[in-house]
Structures are given as structure tokens and as C-alpha cells.
Write a protein that binds this ligand. Structure first.
Ligand code: URA
Length: 214
């Protein structure tokens, strides 16, 4: 189901995800269905993303007797990259309701063409947490790498990047800038076009999710 491509890159392959992703790619899929399928894929991906998360034993009492249960060893913090990351956040949060949520906004500087942070708010204690940085599209990897750098400057040390569709350029940029960050993706597409859209991709994920495309 999950295949490790590079040491820190995991392609999450599953028929349930494959079929839903195909609906997202289809250009006639309307926003209401786009949202539902994206939420479902995000939920399915969480099982794989959290597979290595540690738990610690706790003493619990069933109606029958005392026994040993488990609780998460660390807090979990979800950080969507605005705005498309909000779409995946809903699905991830359905499985991890105990998580705290931060937000990061990245925009391209028209002069330098580099991503600039315009908003950052993260919960206290992010240094102890497993942090899931969320963005559906890993295209050039510039925004993702800049977002990781911002989270590290806030003290985050255990960062997992979760996306829906990636491409070789984005993976190469993020892994070379931050080799410690684990990347989880449901698809690795072929390439970027001249406008830095992923090919075949699914278009602008934020516009399709929020219904703001023309
Ligand atoms: N962002 C998107 O929404 N889609 C792409 O193809 C690339 C970046």
C-alpha cells in the first residue's frame, strides 16, 4: 500500500485513494464533490502518515478488569499552508480531533518570485509535537521548503509533509532543503508546466476546492 521511494518519501498507493484522486483530476468534477473526495483521501492518508507515531502505555480499567492501554507519546500539531491546505485539513482533523492547529500563509513575492510568509500562528509546545504540514500540491517545492523553515524557526523538530499530488521537481527541492522532513504523497506526477502547474495534476487545488475558478 505505501511504497518508500527515497528514504523520506512515501507514496501512499491504495485503490480507494486512486479512484477518488481520479475524480479530483477530472476537470468537470464540481466543487462540492471535489471537497468530499479531498476530505476522504486526506482521512485515508492519515493512517499511513501516523503509522510510525509513538504511543506510551497507560493503565486503564475496562468494565471487566484493569489492563494496559495506549495514548499518543507526543502532541500532534496540524499546519495547513493557506489556502489550499485548509481543504485537506478537514479530512485530517476528522481522524485526529485531538490535534492542535497552526496556520501558515505563503505568497509569492512579485519581485523576487520567492515565497514570503504573510501569516504564521502556531500553538505553544510545537517543539515537542509531531507536526503535519499540509498542502495538497507539491509543485516547485519552494513554498513547502519555506514553510518548513518557518516551522523550524518556531522550534518544530519532527515535521511530516503531507500532500495529495507531487512531482519530481518539488520532491527534489524539499528533500534537498530539508532532508529530515518525511514526505507523504498520494501521487507523483510527471512534471511542471511553464506556469509551474503539475502535469497532469488537477489544476488549481484552492480554486477548485473553494469554487473560485472562473
Ligand atoms: N498549486 C496548485 O493548486 N496546482 C498545481 O498544479 C500547482 C500548484
Amino acid at each position: 500500500m505505501a511504497e518508500s521511494i527515497l528514504p523520506r518519501v512515501t507514496l501512499i498507493e491504495h485503490p480507494l485513494i486512486r479512484v477518488r484522486l481520479s475524480r479530483l483530476r477530472e476537470k468537470t468534477t464540481p466543487s462540492p464533490e471535489f471537497r468530499e473526495r479531498l476530505h476522504e483521501i486526506a482521512q485515508l492518508m492519515v493512517y499511513e502518515v501516523t503509522r510510525g507515531f509513538e504511543t506510551r502505555p497507560i493503565q486503564i480499567e475496562t468494565p471487566i478488569c484493569e489492563t494496559t492501554g495506549h495514548e499518543p507519546a507526543r502532541p500532534i500539531v496540524l499546519v495547513p499552508i493557506l489556502r489550499a491546505g485548509l481543504g485537506m485539513l478537514t479530512g485530517v482533523l476528522a481522524i485526529l480531533p485531538e490535534a492542535s492547529i497552526g496556520h501558515i500563509g505563503m505568497a509569492r513575492d512579485e519581485r523576487t518570485h520567492l515565497p514570503e510568509k504573510y501569516y504564521l500562528n502556531v500553538p505553544p509546545g510545537i517543539g515537542d509535537a509531531d507536526v503535519l504540514l499540509i498542502d495538497p500540491m507539491l509543485a516547485t517545492g519552494q513554498s513547502a521548503a519555506a514553510a518548513v523553515a518557518q516551522l523550524k524557526s518556531e522550534g518544530a523538530t519532527r515535521i511530516h509533509f503531507i500532500c495529495l499530488v507531487s512531482c519530481p521537481d518539488g520532491i527534489a527541492h524539499l528533500t534537498s532543503a530539508h532532508p529530515d522532513v518525511a514526505i507523504y504523497t498520494a501521487a507523483i506526477d510527471e512534471e511542471l508546466d511553464a506556469r509551474a502547474y503539475i502535469v497532469p495534476g488537477l489544476g488549481d487545488a484552492g480554486d477548485r476546492y473553494f469554487g473560485t475558478s472562473g
